[in-house]
Design a protein. Structure first.
Ligand SMILES: Nc1ncnc2c1ncn2[C@@H]1O[C@H](COP(=O)(O)OP(=O)(O)O)[C@@H](O)[C@H]1O
Ligand SMILES: [Mg+2]
Length: 741
């Protein structure tokens, strides 16, 4: 916020009869002395109705311009404000003075004479010239042109229709335009047409069109242009093309040609003239009141609302604006009273202080767009980060049980067609989706199995069902791969593609296939088959040795976790086997008892249906007890089954992580090291020999190019080398990720 007092500049109208004895101008001191006391000169009977005492006056202004060109006036009075306008400050330049003193000439100039064009066309020119100096900004310029006459607002840039004119002749004319103030205190005119202009020519055309309309109005309504206030406004909206898309800077520049300030005696006015005089006097005297109030620091209320002009100028006087007033005066002695009046008002105006600031607006639509773009980019960034992280560290947490349940729900909705697609956010999620799909598939297929535990389970629910309805023996194959976790029992904890010898053939084959396929994937993902022979000579440490090393160092925690889970799984499976055995035994008992009862019933048939002997009673008792035990064991088995399922899934995830971690570990240590560190003491001489020997042989075209590139950078721009190497590394990781997917 800049504290900016209203600037005042006095311009004298050139004349051959300048009252140099009375008006003493000192341009260097910016002062004007009025030697009024001893003056004997006559005054114009027409104009001077003031009862001014003949006193001397001494005024000091920001600028005094005497006999100067339009160009000078612009540079001295308007250039800076126009420049500020382009930076986002509001600006107001207004011409004040008695009729004929040169206000219109100053603001608009001689329309047919380019050299004598006024401030408005010059400001337009400057705006377009300066806009081209900021290619990084995008500008929208609008213009409006309004006239205030008899407290009525006229839009000089809208069609002046007959009805409008007819209405305007009427005192009760409703111009549909309302002066308003926004929540930031910026004044605007609702209903006033604003026109986008894309060139200096277009903007000037608007000014000239407004001038024509003003002349038509003046003629049709028989009004005197000297009695109206005209405001040409430029509205600028700028936004950066490179940053802060949601932010716009908005400013306006009011260029005001005020009505003649002369005090018209009411006694000399009649009819229309009286009305005009009343309004003009009113509006300018209200302006004076506002200016006086603003110059008084103790004054709290400023009567802006008393007239359209003062309300319109509210933010220009005492508001957020850089304001300059040009006080136009006649140089002839006959106008001295009016000149004194103008200079007095101008002095008061200098006490008005504004606080200008750049008007930054946040455009909500643009902001949303900006944020959406940012979110999209961040999501991409995050996904990339996840991918890289998955490879470099591969220690991403497994899904929690809650997350899995949630994901399963999503998958179900997807399978049921309730959602169109599953959102793919990162590799971790993709993996878990596969795992959950597998689980769901398993669950679905287990529904279709006709016999064994499920049929037993259903029947078991019917407490009254006879024991003979129990299904046959519960088969052990419900728990697959009983011994299939054998590989984790090997001394390495997790056999890298090797099955345990004591696993039976079928199971071994199945598991070994799964594992070696996984290994194959992860290996071929990094080194495609076709390239493997080429890169093989680069591998210093055999994979199995490296894996051993990895399990005891970086992968220790994961490896231990796998061991623990495997042990737990083995234990549960063993328990499961026992319970299954128990269930089968119970079922055999029940079948046996049932046979005995049947036999007993045949034996006792002659006694009648209702007669049960003691032995038969005991059989029934035993069946009931066995069924109870069966139920408990069945529940136990069910529980064990779900624990085993969970452990198997957890192990699968852990193994995947271990393989991925190891792959990254191996690539980093034993694959890429080749480029940067050709020898290392820890390597065996056997491998070193192979390394040195193989090095020249295996350099393919890409590698040769890379080597040359590094050599070139080392010479030309060593500082960029780190960047280049890091970039190469990131690209490799990225490629590797893509291959794995
Ligand atoms: N600085 C000046 N140089 C030349 N002519 C001027 C100057 N100021 C005013 N005039 C002329 O004086 C006349 C009245 O000026 P005008 O701008 O219409 O006064 P106002 O708008 O204050 O009533 C016009 O013919 C105008 O061309
Ligand atoms: Mg004029």
């Amino acid at each position: 916020m800049v504290n900016t007092p209203v600037q005042v500049c006095v311009r004298t109208r050139p004349t051959a009869f300048f009252a140099q004895d009375v008006i003493v101008l000192d341009e260097s001191k910016k002062s004007i002395e009025i030697k009024n006391k001893g003056r004997s000169g006559k005054q114009s009977g027409n104009v001077n109705y003031l009862e001014t005492k003949k006193e001397d006056y001494s005024f000091k202004f920001d600028k005094t311009l005497h006999n100067v060109s339009q160009d000078t006036v612009f540079n001295e009075c308007c250039y800076d404000i126009t420049k500020s306008f382009l930076e986002g400050y509001n600006g107001t330049v207004m011409a004040y003075g008695q009729t004929g003193s040169g206000k219109t000439y100053t603001m608009i100039g001689a329309a047919n004479n380019y050299k004598n064009r006024g401030l408005i066309p010059r400001a337009i020119q400057q705006v377009f010239a300066e806009m081209s100096n900021y290619p990084e900004k995008s500008f929208t310029l609008r213009v409006s042109y309004m006239e205030i006459y008899n407290e009525q607002l006229f839009d000089l840039l809208s069609d002046i229709s007959d009805t409008q004119l007819a209405k305007a002749k009427n005192d009760a004319y409703d111009d549909n335009m309302v002066i308003m103030e926004d929540n930031k205190g910026t004044i605007m005119v609702r209903g006033l047409s604003c026109h986008i202009v894309n060139s200096e020519e277009e903007a000037l055309s608007m000014l000239f069109e407004g001038e024509t309309n003003r002349a038509i109005c003046e003629h049709q309504l028989n009004k005197a242009s000297t009695r109206s206030h005209c405001v040409f406004t430029m509205y600028l909206e700028s936004r950066s093309r490179v940053e802060s898309e949601g932010q716009t800077v908005q400013s306006k520049l009011n260029l005001v040609d005020l009505a003649g300030s002369e005090r018209v005696s009411k006694t000399h006015s009649s009819g229309l003239v009286l009305t005009e005089a009343k309004y003009i006097n009113k509006s300018l005297s209200f302006l004076e009141q506002v200016v006086i109030a603003l110059g008084n620091p103790t004054r709290e209320h400023i009567p802006y609302r008393q007239s359209k002009l003062t309300y319109f100028l509210k933010d220009s006087l005492g508001g957020n604006c850089k304001t300059l007033m040009i006080a136009n005066v006649w140089g002839e002695e006959q106008h001295i009273e009016e000149t004194i009046g103008t200079l007095k008002f101008a002095t008061r105006m200098m006490r008005v202080s504004n606080e200008a600031m750049i008007n930054v607006h946040m455009n909500p639509d643009a902001l949303i767009k900006k944020y959406e773009k940012e979110i999209k980019e961040l999501k991409q960034e995050l996904s990339m980060h996840d991918q890289l992280r998955g490879i470099n560290q591969a220690n991403y947490d497994p899904y929690t049980e809650e997350q899995k349940v949630e994901l399963r729900k999503e998958i179900r909705s997807y399978v049921n067609g309730e959602v169109e697609e599953l959102e793919i956010k990162n590799i971790r999620r993709i993996k878990e989706i596969f795992v959950q799909f597998k689980t769901l598939l398993k669950e679905a297929s287990s529904f279709t199995e006709p016999e064994s535990i499920h049929s037993a389970s259903n029947r078991e629910k019917q407490q009254t069902a006879p024991a003979s309805n129990f299904a046959g023996k519960i088969h052990e194959e419900k728990i697959h791969e009983e011994n299939g976790v054998g590989e984790v029992e090997s001394k390495t904890g997790f056999g890298f593609g090797e099955a345990k010898p004591n696993v039976d053939f079928q199971k071994k084959t199945k598991k070994a296939t799964v594992l070696s396929a996984r290994e194959e994937r992860s290996t071929s993902a990094v080194v495609p088959d076709t390239e493997r022979s080429k890169t093989a000579s680069k591998i210093i440490m055999p994979r199995n040795d490296a894996f051993e090393e990895f399990k005891h160092t970086v992968g220790k925690q994961l490896s231990e976790s796998i061991k623990e889970n495997s042990a737990s799984l083995k234990e549960k499976k063993s328990l499961f086997k026992n319970v299954t055995q128990r269930l089968n035994d119970i079922k055999a008992d029940i079948d046996n008892l049932k046979t005995k009862i049947d036999k007993k019933q045949v034996e006792n048939a002659h006694l009648g249906d209702d007669i049960v002997d003691e032995e038969e009673m005991l059989f029934f008792q035993s069946i009931k007890e066995r069924k109870e035990t069966y139920k408990q064991s069945f529940e136990e088995r069910k529980m064990l089954k779900s624990e085993i399922d969970y452990l198997e899934k957890a192990l699968e995830t852990l193994r995947q992580s271990l393989v991925a971690d190891f792959q990254a570990y191996y690539d980093e240590r034993y694959m890429e090291e080749e480029d940067n560190r050709p020898t290392q003491s820890s390597r065996s001489s056997r491998y070193r020999g192979l390394d040195q020997e193989g090095k020249e042989d295996v350099l393919d075209e890409g590698e040769k190019f890379e080597k040359l590139q590094i050599e070139r950078l080392q010479q030309e721009d060593p500082e960029s080398l780190n960047y280049y190497l890091a970039y190469k590394k990131a690209s490799k990781v990225k490629k590797s990720v893509n291959r794995r997917q």
